[in-house]
Design a protein around this ligand. Structure first.
Ligand code: AN0
Ligand code: CP
Length: 317
């Protein structure tokens, strides 16, 4: 595996899941692959889970891991070519990336959508520059349009907890005080569309996601109707994708907060969220603390999804 951004980069899901369960049982069993190899994980944005789980996965595989926080201690990077650099940016990303590539064997990048230019975000400009100029395999740790390590961990979690062959999985928009990227819902949709599930997306009008991720998923604008008979509820906020509101909050309706009112019409559904979550905005205390909440095992599976991806990249060196 040379890049990891989309569901298709994982290939056959059954094989990927089988590998995930093998890694989960024997997470230190592949250390020969990472000996004397260096993993560099680069953060343009904050993180708790991705930072820890990806580092842990690299260590499980016997790698040395370097964490670089671009905004804390590194030089400020210019990302656009052709700019006269007379402002506060000291270094250009076109030098910084090949320099970083020289010090490592694999690179993970976290770089959120900037919501200034939809084409710039949806072309994955920053991540593509890492792919083009680092000379190393590159994986997204939530880039502008995708969070595949999260969606892979979600897929593993659903496989572990499902009680039937073809469960109903409902992804619901929920309110949030700040505009958030579409990366998590995009990737969840990308993966669920390829998984053996009935996939429904519910959100207020105007929150339609990019068609390349939604594909043939069923959209239900009535949240209560969407939740009927659900086996898994996946809550997430995202800012609008459609023009002219790209990157904007267009609904603050707190009736979309996932509470026992909606959960009551499900098939005793499990509750999922990628975290970090704002309680009583996205989900009530009661639901997130209920026995049906999977948020902690879901986060634990981030170590496993990262280990499978890094293992496959090491195997391809
Ligand atoms: C980010 C997001 O919604 O994309 C990261 C989630 C993994 N969340 C926040 O910025 C709060
Ligand atoms: N779910 C997730 O990626 O969390 P962090 O932003 O804390 O890494």
């Amino acid at each position: 595996m040379k890049t990891f951004i989309r569901a298709k980069d994982l290939g056959n899901f059954q094989e990927a899941l089988q590998e995930a369960f093998e890694v989960k049982k024997n997470r230190f069993g592949y250390q020969h692959l990472g000996k004397n190899k260096t993993l560099l994980i680069v953060f343009f944005n904050s993180s708790l889970r991705t930072r820890l789980s990806t580092q842990k996965a690299g260590m499980n595989l016997g790698m040395n891991t370097i964490v670089l926080d671009i905004n804390q201690g590194a030089w400020k990077l210019e990302t656009e070519r052709g700019v006269v650099m007379d402002g506060d940016k000291t270094e250009h990303i076109l030098e910084a990336i090949p320099v970083m590539g020289n010090y490592c064997d694999l690179i993970g990048v976290r770089s959120f959508a900037q919501f200034e230019n939809k084409a710039y975000d949806y072309q994955e400009t920053i991540l593509q520059q890492f792919i083009q100029y680092s000379g190393r395999p590159v994986f997204s740790m939530e880039s502008a349009t995708a969070h595949p390590l999260q969606a892979f961990a979600d897929l593993i979690t659903i496989e572990e907890y499902r009680k039937k062959p073809h469960p109903k999985v409902v992804m619901s928009w929920a309110p949030h005080p700040k505009a958030l990227p579409q990366a998590v819902p995009n990737s969840f949709a990308d993966f669920m569309n390829e998984a053996d599930v009935e996939f429904v997306i519910t959100h207020p009008k105007g929150y339609e996601l990019a068609p390349e991720f939604v594909r043939n998923a069923h959209i239900e604008y009535d949240q209560m109707k969407a939740f009927e008979g659900a086996d898994f509820v996946y809550a997430k906020n995202w800012a609008a994708y459609q023009d002219p509101n790209y990157g904007k909050i267009i609904c603050t309706d707190r009736s979309w907060t996932v509470s026992s009112r909606q959960m009551a019409v499900t098939n005793n559904a499990y509750f999922m969220h990628c975290l970090p979550v704002r309680r009583n905005m996205i989900v009530t205390d009661e639901v997130i603390e209920s026995p049906q909440s999977l948020v902690i095992p879901e986060a634990a599976n981030r170590e496993i999804s990262a280990e499978v991806v890094i293992k496959r990249m090491l195997e391809s060196l």
